[in-house]
Design a protein around this ligand. Sequence first.
Ligand code: 5GP
Ligand code: MG
Length: 180
Amino acid sequence: MKLQPLNIGDLTFQPYISASEIREKVEEMGQQIRERHAHSNPLFLVILNGAFIFAADLVRACQVPCEITFTRLSSYEGLSSTGQVETLIELNEDIKGRPIIIVEDIIDTGKTLSHFLPILQKSAPSSIEIAAFLVKREAMEYPLKIDYWGYEIPNDFVIGYGLDFDEKGRELPAIYQKVD
Ligand code: 5GP
Ligand code: MG
């Protein structure tokens, strides 16, 4: 079935990455994580809200014993970064000595995570890795080592597969790109 463009508010979005492409890619990412973490019992730290769908698929694709927890960071409103990072849900787990895999939907400037990493480091995990489904390399202003990624995409606004435009579009099974 060919997906059609869709409108949200006064913006138009065109199909960009299909649900079946997403499935294949997440399987690959899961396999990469399994190769490193088959016996490490990693703690997946999911960044809400956007990463919730990706995370649900990724932890099942990994097929390794693991734990999952969530935090919420805020730096983004509407179509562009506001430049502030806030921790909206604090972590309750003791992460000392544990391997952490941060799960993000998309990395844009890198600002959110580069501000969050030092906060996380203070709790002394044994390692911190980053798994991001999408990476906008051209937009990156804050250098980050991304350990697992699905697609590198151009600097265009995307929605679907958990990603929203003003809270709309998260439920879409495919990823859509804003049409200029
Ligand atoms: P960064 O701090 O790397 O600039 O921004 C990361 C956050 O901005 C992501 O977790 C995501 O919530 C949001 N973001 C960045 N680019 C996009 C995009 O193209 N679409 C959507 N929906 N959110 C984005
Ligand atoms: Mg996010």
